[in-house]
Structures are given as C-alpha cells and as structure tokens.
Design a protein around this ligand. Structure first.
Ligand code: IMP
Ligand code: MG
Length: 179
C-alpha cells in the first residue's frame, strides 16, 4: 500500500485515480440523461471541489452546460449558531434556472444544506446536488443527494482536492488516515 505523510499524520491510498474516474464517468452519464436541454448552471464549491469539477466537466456531454465557482467563507457569527457560512462569488442570475451544486464530500451534510438553502433563496427553478464522495454513517441532515460518486466509510481522507490542514489537495489519488 502506498503511504504518504502530511504534517504529523500518515495516510494510505484508498481510492486510486482510476476508480475515481470511473465514478465520475458514471455521474456524467446520468447527468446527460437528466439535464439535456436544461441550460444547467454547475456550481463548483471551492476549494475542495476543484479537481472533481474539472474532471466531471470534461466527461459531460452537454452543449448548454455552464460552470461557475463559489467559495464558502466561515466566520464566527451570532452566539446562537457559532458559525455562519457565507457564499462568495455567485454573480450569475440563477432565477428560474436548473443549478447543480458540485461538492467534493458530504460528511454531516450541514455544509451542503447551507449552500442548498442559499442558492434556493435566489430563485433557482431546481437545485440538485452532486457529490463525489459521501459518508453515509456521518450524515446528520435530511438533504437529498441527487448524484453520488462513491460511498465511503466514516474515516478522514485527503487527496483529489481534499486537504488535511491545507495539504494534500494536489494528490491524484485519495488516501485514508492511518489510525
Ligand atoms: P459537512 O458539512 O460535515 O458535510 O462537511 C463537509 C465539508 O467538510 C467538506 O466540504 C470538506 O471540506 C470537509 N470534509 C469532510 N470530511 C472530510 C475528510 O474526510 N477530509 C477532508 N475534508 C473533509
Ligand atoms: Mg468542500
């Protein structure tokens, strides 16, 4: 097993690039069927989704697809919630459009639920979620995931856009923390 070290922690390979690619091709195939002719706006959530979005868009055979990039900024907010996440960079008019949110991973589901709510608020006709990775055992919200690439165990992973304390995003494969 290929191992790497990031900061103080060791990780071993768990999803090779080829497996990720196959999952993405499958998602792109489903999207072609569902979204043909819908003038869909794909919204990539930075930073984690940059590799997934790039590879998915290359596989997607939709001539009317458009892509935009959003950043989620967290900051200490009201005392009650502790943390508020704000979406930065969505300049497109999404009123009455079909929007597909591209996420790297859904863990508890709180992030995607936040993003979903903020995009719906801006008047989109329909909002779908596509996540490359999903940890079913960690899910704590009732958000419906329209497209899921791979279901994974409830372990910490890095690579293919995902980081451990800023490092590991550039890895081509996905690695799991060695406990
Ligand atoms: P959630 O809000 O709990 O669903 O978490 C989603 C966000 O947490 C993702 O967009 C990632 O940025 C981050 N995240 C969740 N699990 C992992 C992981 O295993 N490795 C790295 N980042 C993760
Ligand atoms: Mg993310």
């Amino acid at each position: 097993m290929k191992r790497i070290k990031l900061w103080d922690k060791e990780f071993e390979i768990s999803l090779p690039f080829e497996e990720i690619q196959k999952a993405i091709q499958k998602m792109a195939g489903q999207m072609k069927v569902d979204l043909e002719g819908k003038n869909t706006l794909f919204v990539c959530i930075l930073n984690g989704s940059f590799m997934f979005a790039a590879d998915l868009m290359k596989e997607l055979e939709l001539n009317d697809a458009e892509i935009s990039f959003l950043k989620l900024a967290s900051y200490a907010g009201t005392a009650s919630t502790g943390e508020i996440k704000e979406l930065i960079g969505l300049n497109e008019n999404i009123k009455d459009r079909t929007v597909v949110i591209l996420e790297d991973i859904v863990d508890s589901g709180h992030t995607i639920a936040d993003v979903m709510a903020q995009i719906s608020e801006r008047g989109a006709k329909e909002v779908k979620i596509a996540t490359l990775l999903f940890k079913p055992a960690a899910m704590k919200t009732a958000v419906h995931l329209d497209y899921v690439g791979l279901e994974i165990p409830n372990d910490f992973i890095v690579g293919y856009g995902l980081d451990y304390d800023r490092r590991g995003r550039n890895l081509k494969d996905i690695y799991t923390l060695v406990k």
